[in-house]
Design a protein around this ligand. Structure first.
Ligand code: COA
Length: 172
């Protein structure tokens, strides 16, 4: 782990005008090897994604945040209300640009996402989940390090792909 780099990571909420940054994060094929939809190569699709995330912020007062190292974009993370197999959940998310992989930062983004989920306004959802493709070993390891438990009973299909679930209660 590069301590200096970890210490210099800071977060801010997504905002209107972040479409280029969102696109940078989601258009890299390397960061989408475990995404059944593949990389988002269309800027318009990234803009629509951002619109949806901003609406979530408006509706629920929490959501996704961008991570920076100095003034350089490093990743994105956060939490959103969702439904999984008819269960209301808060879904965690983390994603780093490849140049920041392997530096131990994924855990920091994961921890920040979990903090967001835990401090969100009270909701019906009391289950926090992280959903990933079975081959996404790095992401599964992040979930484990955050204290989430593997929940094979919650695994399921979405968008023609199989997803595995990790979960933890919102109120410990
Ligand atoms: C998932 C992601 C954030 C992990 O980033 P990373 O920089 O590789 O993660 P870290 O270096 O912090 O490693 C986290 C842990 O996973 C382990 N790990 C990472 N990749 C691994 C691999 N391929 N196999 C086994 N372990 C792995 C690391 O050893 C570390 O565990 P440790 O702390 O016990 O040593 C990054 O790969 C990414 O952004 N991927 C694209 C987006 C994505 O898939 N997001 C998750 C959507 S569900």
């Amino acid at each position: 782990m590069q301590d200096g780099l970890v210490r210099s990571i800071w977060f801010r909420a997504i905002s209107r005008g972040d479409a280029a940054l969102v696109h940078e994060l989601h258009s890299d094929p390397m960061t989408n090897v475990n995404n059944p939809f593949g990389a988002s190569l269309d800027v318009r699709a990234s803009e629509e994604m951002l619109e949806g995330w901003l609406q979530h912020w408006k509706d629920h007062a929490f959501g996704y945040e961008l991570a920076f190292e100095g003034d350089r974009l490093a990743g994105i993370c956060g939490a959103r209300r969702d439904r999984w197999r008819d269960i209301p959940v808060i879904n965690l998310y983390w994603r780093l640009l490849p140049e920041y992989w392997g530096k131990g930062l994924a855990g920091d983004l994961g921890r920040h996402a979990l903090d967001i989920a835990r401090t969100a306004p009270p909701l019906a959802e009391d289950l926090i989940v992280a959903r990933m493709r079975p081959e996404n070993v790095g992401s599964a390891r992040v979930a484990e390090k955050l204290g989430l438990t593997r929940r094979s009973d919650l695994d399921g299909e979405m968008s023609g792909a199989h997803w595995i679930l990790y979960a933890v209660a919102r109120v410990p």
